[in-house]
Design a protein around this ligand. Structure first.
Ligand SMILES: C[S@@+](CC[C@H](N)C(=O)[O-])C[C@H]1O[C@@H](n2cnc3c(N)ncnc32)[C@H](O)[C@@H]1O
Length: 341
């Protein structure tokens, strides 16, 4: 199931105790917090879709429905198909968008599978597409989902709780080399080797707090003084691996653009450089712009399917970042489909 370049662990870790979410040790029991997520750069997104032809917007990462709410409220001639691989997000979106229920279809799937979109509206019929990548604040803040290094919870990190491989499987079953490589590539973690060595020596590791403490203890004292939690990058790397986030990004953007009609627009919001690098390269290729002809991409075809609506990524305003610190890392890229290429 996992297309990651890193070998996925082959079995799901030891069974979880349903009362605690952990195996063999008891932690404080949490009830899930209410769904909360502030949509990032929502005014910009609304503005970009303000001129698209009537029809359907694909919200490929509907989350709590915040962006879609703004789109549906501002354009009465637009419908939304919302995809999410997390059924808790779909419940939240259903409730948030209830006043527009006759204009919304929700689909539980990964965004690289657009078969539901084809079934609902056929090919090349989208007026817009939105990817707001990564996790929602709800997923991060709910300790039971295991994304957070601040709260204790099971080492899970699956956006889709029905999928097989958890963060615990990566942590407890990968080799030292696989772990170091994963932390380096997906987390830009400069102490990846030290952290991987430390993790291997402390296995089995069951909870997010346990892992966060092991990572904190593995890095040199001077680096603990830099801003942000020392486990931040490693947790990001594990999350990306568990959910195959980078692996499916390029093909998903290409498929979505294939479904756009001429004049339809797209927006991609990403939150870290590894993700943005893939988005930028894919969009530049599709816009027929020069892409470095490295040995990794020897035969790039010049395509001119889209027009980039800005050369650089847009960023959130200072005011927005003050209200919603999550917006500080957001990079927004926007485009319009101009030909079938
Ligand atoms: C940043 S949140 C989106 C928030 C949303 N724009 C809003 O305003 O509420 C990202 C959502 O995308 C979902 N997601 C991430 N990767 C996905 C994928 N490959 N397929 C389907 N859903 C995905 C996550 O489960 C999460 O709910």
């Amino acid at each position: 199931m996992n297309e990651s370049r890193y070998k996925s662990p082959t079995t799901n870790g030891s069974p979880l105790d349903p009362a605690t979410g952990l195996s063999g040790r008891r932690i404080t029991r949490f009830s899930p917090p209410p769904f909360a997520h502030i949509p990032v750069m929502a005014e910009n997104v609304k503005e970009i879709f303000s001129t698209v032809p009537s029809g359907t917007i694909l919200d490929a990462t509907i989350g709590g429905g915040g962006h879609s709410y703004q789109i549906l409220e501002s354009r009465h001639d637009l419908n939304v198909i919302g995809i999410d691989q997390d059924s808790e997000a779909l419940d939240a979106a259903e409730s948030k968008l209830s006043e527009f229920s006759d204009r919304v279809s929700l689909v539980h799937s990964r965004f690289d599978d657009l078969s539901a979109v084809t079934k609902l509206i056929g090919e090349q019929n989208l007026s817009g597409v939105l990817f707001d990548l990564g996790v929602s604040s709800y997923q991060l803040d709910n300790p039971l989902r295991g994304f957070s290094f601040r709260n204790d919870g099971p080492l899970d990190m699956r956006m889709n709780p029905d999928s097989q491989i958890t963060a615990g499987d990566y942590v407890n079953q990968s080799t030292e080399q696989e772990l170091a490589s994963l932390l380096h590539h997906y987390g830009d973690e400069r102490y990846s080797k030290r952290i991987a060595r430390s993790i291997i020596s402390m296995r089995p590791i069951q909870s997010t707090k346990e892992l966060a403490n092991i990572i904190r203890d593995a890095i040199p004292e001077r680096s603990k003084r830099s801003p942000g939690h020392p486990a931040r990058r490693s947790f990001q790397a594990l999350r990306i691996a568990v959910n195959s986030e980078i692996d499916i990004l390029e093909s998903s953007i290409r498929k979505a653009i294939q479904h756009l009609k001429i004049g339809g627009r797209g927006v991609v919001l990403s939150y870290h450089s590894g993700e943005d690098k893939v988005v930028k390269r894919t969009l530049r290729e599709l816009a027929g712009l020069n892409v470095s002809n490295s040995k990794y991409h020897p035969e790039i075809q010049q395509e001119e399917k889209i027009l980039l609506l800005a050369r650089k990524a847009d960023r959130a305003s200072r005011n927005e970042i003050l209200r919603n610190p999550r917006a500080s890392s957001a990079l927004l890229r926007k485009f319009e489909k101009v030909s079938e290429g």
